[in-house]
Design a protein around this ligand. Structure first.
Ligand SMILES: *Cc1c(COP(=O)(O)O)cnc(C)c1O
Length: 380
């Protein structure tokens, strides 16, 4: 091993906990190992005693958590001899599939809903050379088509119905436990197709059941044998899933036929991991709740303005939900809470610019004019 400290992606990092054979050729872009950032200012804004963290998955290679699943799905596809991938996507899956296909030297076909995709995501799919197929229909229609075409064309489906996707995505839970020393009390996620909340629950359950890798870190004195260490390791969070009001099938109790929200990444009416996500909520004693588009955008802005963290609207749904449920007491005071920020804000510049509150100042190119602009806008 010439470079012992070079991070080479989550498959190498968690090989012993993933379904990967020793001789497999790995397709990786160094995904995973994302920062878990403690929020310093938001709890003050909320005026609540809460230990709040965000796991910034927008810092994955293509700017979303989809890369964790994609490294596994594409590695598996390539090793089975597949020469083409296909996915339906609200944007981030297509960006990720396109990049990992390019890395592997195979083709990618991506089905996207006509007009409802953030510009950054479309740019990624195109620059990586994917074939972009735009349909007059939403994500759910695209997903149905992909399932059907997968039966009759030589393509590997890399949506989260591919079990390798969830295996890769479960590693986010491993990283969180390693950093905090145990699972948090609550884990908040935006929910669209419901694969990611399912994957996190798989990860937390594996740690609680197996524990071996984390045991020794949990208690440096006893090597993980004492009751304290056992309790830490066996702890699992309550899973909280947040959906946008216009796109909230888990709150309605049935699929939604015309989902709509500014958070295009969770504009999904018929989640593919319905049963598994319900099980995660139930087993973890968690809940699903809805947040309005206004709450989502306000949370996106608050994170950006008070913490310097820029996530895309769908990601902000987790923080919007956490903020509200901390305030109303549903999340117990003094809790440790992790929110997943699923994608980077740069994915969707249009939404960010449209809601920016400070105007761009137009001034003549003169010293006095610039000085005035500074004095007028200094914080009081
Ligand atoms: C895919 C995605 C989601 C939704 O994740 P699911 O696994 O479909 O529930 C949320 N936010 C972003 C940014 C995404 O790309």
């Amino acid at each position: 091993m010439p470079f012992r400290h070079r991070y080479t992606g989550l498959i190498e990092r968690y090989r012993d906990r993933l379904p990967i054979a020793d001789d497999t050729r790995i397709i990786s872009l160094g995904e995973g190992n994302t920062p878990l950032i403690r929020l310093n200012n938001l709890p003050t804004v909320l005026d609540c005693d809460v230990d709040l963290y965000v796991k910034f998955e927008g810092l994955n290679p293509t700017g979303s958590f989809k890369d964790r699943g994609m490294t596994m799905a594409v590695t598996d596809a390539v090793n089975k001899g597949s020469r083409a991938l296909i996915c339906a996507s609200t944007g981030n899956t297509s960006a990720s599939a396109a990049a990992y296909a390019a890395r592997a030297g195979i083709a990618a076909f991506v089905l996207i809903p006509d007009g409802k995709i953030a510009q950054g995501k479309l740019a990624q799919a195109r620059i990586h050379g994917a074939t972009v197929i735009q349909i007059k229909g939403n994500f759910d229609a695209g997903m149905r088509l992909v399932r059907e075409v997968g039966e009759v064309a030589p393509v590997s489906i890399v949506n989260s119905i591919n079990p390798y996707r969830l295996q890769g995505q479960k590693t986010a839970a491993f990283e969180i436990i390693e950093e905090l020393g145990s699972a948090p009390d609550y884990h908040c996620l935006p929910v669209g197709n419901a694969g990611n909340i399912t994957a996190h629950w798989i990860g937390y359950c594996e740690c609680a059941g197996v524990g071996d890798a984390t045991l020794t870190e949990a208690c440096a004195f006893c090597g993980g044998q004492c009751r304290f260490a056992q309790a830490l390791v066996q702890k699992r969070p309550r899973m909280l899933g947040y959906q946008a009001t216009g796109s909230a099938p888990f709150l309605r109790g049935e699929p939604v036929s015309e989902p709509d929200t500014v958070a295009t990444a969770i504009r999904i009416g018929d989640p593919q991991s319905w049963a598994a996500a319900q099980a995660a909520r139930q087993e973890s004693d968690g809940w699903f709740a809805e947040v309005s588009d206004d709450e989502i955008l306000a949370a996106q802005r608050t994170l950006a303005e008070t913490e310097g963290i820029f996530c895309e609207p769908a990601s902000a749904a987790s923080v919007a939900g956490a903020m509200r449920d901390v305030r109303n007491g549903r999340i117990a005071l003094g809790s440790r809470v992790v929110c997943t920020l699923t994608g980077h804000g740069l994915k969707d510049p249009d939404v960010a610019i449209a809601q920016a509150e400070r105007p761009v100042l137009d001034v003549p190119p003169e010293k006095e004019a610039v000085r005035r602009a500074i004095l007028d806008n200094l914080p009081s």
